[in-house]
Design a protein around this ligand. Sequence first.
Ligand code: ARG
Ligand code: ZN
Length: 846
Amino acid sequence: MDNPAPIRLADYQPPAFLVDKVSLTFRLAPNTTRVLSRIAFRRNPDGPGGPLKLDGDKLTLISAQIDGTPITPTLTGTGLEIDAPDAFTWEAEVEIDPEANTTLNGLYMSNGMYCTQCEAEGFRRITYYPDRPDVMAPFEVRIESDLPVLLSNGEEIERGDGFALWHDPWPKPAYLFALVAGELVARSDRFRTMEGRDVALNIWVRPGDEDRCDYAMDALKRSMLWDEEVYGRAYDLDVFNIVAVDDFNMGAMENKGLNIFNSRLVLASPETATDADYQRIESVIAHEYFHNWTGNRITCRDWFQLCLKEGLTVYRDQQFSGDARSHAVQRIEDVQMLRARQFPEDAGPLAHPVRPESYVEINNFYTATVYEKGAELIGMLRVLIGDAAWQQGCKLYFERHDGQACTIEDWLKVFEDASGRALSHFARWYHQAGTPRLSVSSRHEAGELILTLAQETRPTPGQPEKSPLHMPIRIGAIAPDGQEVVADTVLELTEAKQEFRLPCQTPEAVPSVLRGFSAPVILDQPLSTADKALLLAHDTDPLSRWDAGRSLGKEALMAMILDDAAPDPTYLDALGKVLSDMDLDPAFQALVLALPSDEDMAQTLAEGGATPDPLRIEAARVALSTAVAGQHRDTLANIHDSLAPTGPFSPDAGDAAKRSLRNAALALLTRIDNGDRARAQFDTASNMTDSLAALTCLLRIGDGVTEAETFRKRWQSDRLVMDKWFALKVGTAPGETGVGIARELADDPDFTWKTPNRFRAVVHALGANHSGFHAGDGSGYAFVAEWILRMDPVVPQVAARTMTVFQTFRRYDADRKALAEAALRRISEAATLSRDTGEMVRRILE
Ligand code: ARG
Ligand code: ZN
């Protein structure tokens, strides 16, 4: 395996040439698509000079001309180079083979439909072009094909027999280009913008799927309205198209005026989609729509600035979902996700700053750090400068940078200008990788609560030394009687250690620290179980309240894992109080009731210097669930009975909340009733949420064999539901049994592994099954490695993404470490490996 040289932020140079206009003609044919390009180039006055360099990958050049004169360009291996005049028209014809393109990057085919994915660097697989985000141009696209639906960016300006002509007036980088052609049907609607524009909305799907688009359409219209109301941003074309495709590398893509989605993030009906699916569809539809301003109108100068559009757009979709559902629940779920996915990344070999400084393959940096930690930085910025400056800064950002390709420096500058505050210290968050540890100690003295806050960040790859960061720490304090005696306050920590004094007349008050999870840190606050129980019962901040419960749960599990302790009665009692509090949102109760995940426990144990034992963690979680169920049997049964569905299914937050509590209760009760309730629920369920929840409960107690078969028979021909079935089977069986099931299913005729969704439903599902993936005999590691090697030549991006399941391997005992390392070596020693997977395995093994 060779090691390609990394691309570095420090080497950035502006483009030598700019593009004024792009005209493309596609003559579509499965194996021999011809792409004709006509591009107006002009030397960039601020560029470095030198020849014109165009990127190109897997292209067969048929002909090239400059101002009408045929030329023979020098091919460089990654594209071509030409000595060109200062302004000229480039014309080229290339041939490509979409049917042979299994990578799902560039132009490819899925079920007879032509489809594109160009972010980050897929456009170079379509034609020769400066494939970099700081080259923006208006596009005109002619598609020639007999297929009935022919779509590209912008608006259709001509349609005739066998062709369509599209025009996108908004200058855009090539990564936002899209083309779709196929036998599709649309679910259509309209939206009138606040500027009076009447926009046609279409969701294009395979025939037969058109009755599963209502929810996505509703989410789209609500997103459009929300961006007008909250950010003053209106849509800017007369049509907005969304296409659902089954074969897709990631979730979805914000191509200008033509968003392309993984079909699992569009299609929903009560019978086939769970509440979690609905919620995810809503947030991803919003996310991609919001990119129209944060990403498309204002884009990134280079790929190191990816968080400029992704962190901000995640922040915006989280805000939107909070407004649409519940802010408390949204925040808890976002924090849960950050801890589950970003914290392990930041603590392991793949740690990188929110704005990375180098990469080999940019697709490896569409990470939880760039996306989710990137969003956290925006939340912190807002708390630090206050809402008024935030609003003003956003306005300034849109005014100042519309139509530009920007950097994080541009982004921070608008907030410096709006707030009058220097943000150079805060900017370190963008450069420094690793999750800071925040240690808190408190004492009471002469009418004051004295808090000592200390921060420390451990070294990460390439960054041995860390500096203190500027972080907002929201706090309050609760008296033993439950009253809040120190009201919500934001402390600004800027140094390694600082002391803060707050007036407080109650010496016994318990400080509630890191309210709202105001900074993405690991909180180390030594509180007694009684103090945690107090916060769980009375904290006024819902995130801290939930987190107090979480912390109690972890402590209980920790004692069971490390010291064979019995389930902690304080925890069991505290849960009882939450369960019987009728004023609480059932979704919040469900979140409190869910025990910490095995991954969460492994992380916490490793954090504290212990070696996690996956089977002990698993056993402790089962024992604690059983104890909770045993102690609260009647309350839980009452919840499960009283929340039984009554009217027709509605995916709205209120109903979903009730189902989540009811199914959380069922999960516990199934531990003590031999699955009687779960079986009854499975037999009568009229929606996927309840049906899948019941089946999950049964499989988790090692039961449900008949039910799983019934389920499969019923949904055999539904690809999205079958993905759930595969994932459930693999995800619910512990240890080596889990691996055995994964192996069995990998031989199943329905395991169409080249479709990423199905691959993930087995391989990623095993990676997410903690005791399964870490099975003591190494079979989990071997299985995943085998499939990564198999997938790598077919869909390298999916293979590379799967590598992340190995990022925590050094946490475990010597035997497991050796087994995982052997599996990783098998990958790294493969004769050929994609640049994507090559980079991942090198970083993980380093
Ligand atoms: N910009 C897309 C989104 O976040 C993600 C596309 C990532 N694709 C990739 N091949 N890396 O909505
Ligand atoms: Zn995005």
